[in-house]
Design a binder for this molecule. Structure first.
Ligand code: GLU
Length: 267
C-alpha cells in the first residue's frame, strides 16, 4: 500500500462529492434512491466512527427535471436555475429523511463563486462550515445555482468541492463518480484502457488524458476533476476519484484499499 493510501486511514476531516450521474437514473432523471440511501448510511457510519464529513452534492437540476417530468435539460439559464431551486428542496428532503434515520443532522449550505475570489466571503463560509462540524452536524453543500450568474459562478461541483476542502482545511477530498477512476485512455472507446492507481504529479500527460485545456468533455468527464485535483493537492489535500456505483467504496478507500485513483497531497 502506498504511503498516501496508508495515510487515508487517519484522515479526520473528509469532503465527499457526489455527481448527478451517481445520484439520478439515466433517462428519467429520477433519483436513484437505492444508491442515495446506501451513500447516506455510509456517511452516517463514518460520522459515527469519529470522522468529520462534509458532503458536496450535485443533482439539484436533475431532481427538478425529474419532478417536472421533462425529457432533459432546458436550453435557457433561468429555466435551469428554476429547476435547481425546485430540485434542491427535493434533495434536502431526501437527505434529511435518510440522515435522520441514522441519527445525523444535515445542514444545507449553498455557495457561490465568491469563495474563490473574495477573501472575506471565503473566511465567512469557512467559519460557518467549521461551526456546523463542531455542532456535530453534516454540511450538505451545493452551488447556489438559482442566483449564480457568470461573474460569481463556479459552474461545476468538482471545483466547488476542492474549494470547500481548502477553506475547511480538510485532509481528503473523495469524488464519487460513474467511472472507476482515471484511465490512461478513454475506457468507453478503448478496451486496452488501464486504470491509473496513483497520480504523483499532474503533468501534461495527465492533462492530455483528461481532455486538455479548453475541452469541457474530457475522458469520462475528467477535465474538471483534474482541475479540482490541482487545487486540492496544492493545498495539501489528497484527492481521490472513486466509483459511486458500488455501495461500500467510501469505507473501503478510507481503509486504504487500492480502489480508484489517488492524487496525493503535495508536500
Ligand atoms: N449544481 C448543479 C446541480 O446541483 C451540479 C453541478 C455539477 O454537476 O457539477 O444540479
Amino acid at each position: 500500500m502506498s504511503a498516501a493510501r496508508e495515510n487515508l486511514k487517519n484522515a479526520k476531516r473528509i469532503v465527499v462529492k457526489v455527481g448527478t450521474s451517481t445520484l439520478a437514473h439515466s433517462g428519467s432523471y429520477k433519483l436513484n434512491l437505492y444508491r442515495i440511501e446506501h451513500l447516506i448510511r455510509e456517511l452516517a457510519d463514518l460520522h459515527n466512527a469519529g470522522k468529520e464529513i462534509i458532503f458536496v452534492s450535485s443533482g439539484a437540476i436533475a431532481a427538478g427535471i425529474g419532478r417536472m417530468r421533462l425529457n432533459g435539460k432546458p436550453e435557457t439559464i433561468p429555466e435551469n436555475q428554476a429547476l435547481a431551486a425546485i430540485g434542491q428542496g427535493i434533495l434536502m428532503h431526501i437527505y434529511e429523511k435518510f440522515f435522520a434515520e441514522y441519527g445525523q443532522i444535515p445542514a444545507q449550505v449553498l455557495l457561490t463563486g465568491d469563495i474563490a475570489n473574495d477573501e472575506h466571503a471565503r473566511e465567512n463560509a469557512g467559519n460557518s462550515l467549521t461551526t456546523i462540524l463542531k455542532m456535530g452536524a453534516i454540511p450538505v453543500i451545493n452551488e447556489n445555482d438559482a442566483v449564480a450568474v457568470d461573474e460569481i459562478k463556479i459552474g461545476d461541483n468538482d471545483n466547488l468541492s476542492a474549494l470547500v476542502a481548502k477553506i475547511t482545511n480538510a485532509e481528503v477530498l473523495i469524488i464519487l463518480t460513474d467511472i472507476d477512476g482515471l484511465y490512461n485512455k478513454n475506457p468507453k472507446s478503448d478496451d486496452s484502457a488501464k486504470l491509473i492507481d496513483e497520480v504523483p504529479e499532474i503533468d501534461s500527460t495527465i492533462e492530455k488524458i483528461a481532455g486538455g485545456a479548453g475541452t469541457k468533455l474530457g475522458t469520462g468527464g475528467m477535465f474538471t476533476k483534474i482541475q479540482a485535483a490541482k487545487v486540492a493537492t496544492a493545498a495539501g489535500i489528497s484527492m481521490l476519484i472513486v466509483s459511486g456505483r458500488e455501495p461500500g467504496n467510501l469505507r473501503r478507500v478510507l481503509n486504504g484499499e487500492n480502489i480508484g485513483t489517488i492524487f496525493p497531497a503535495a508536500l
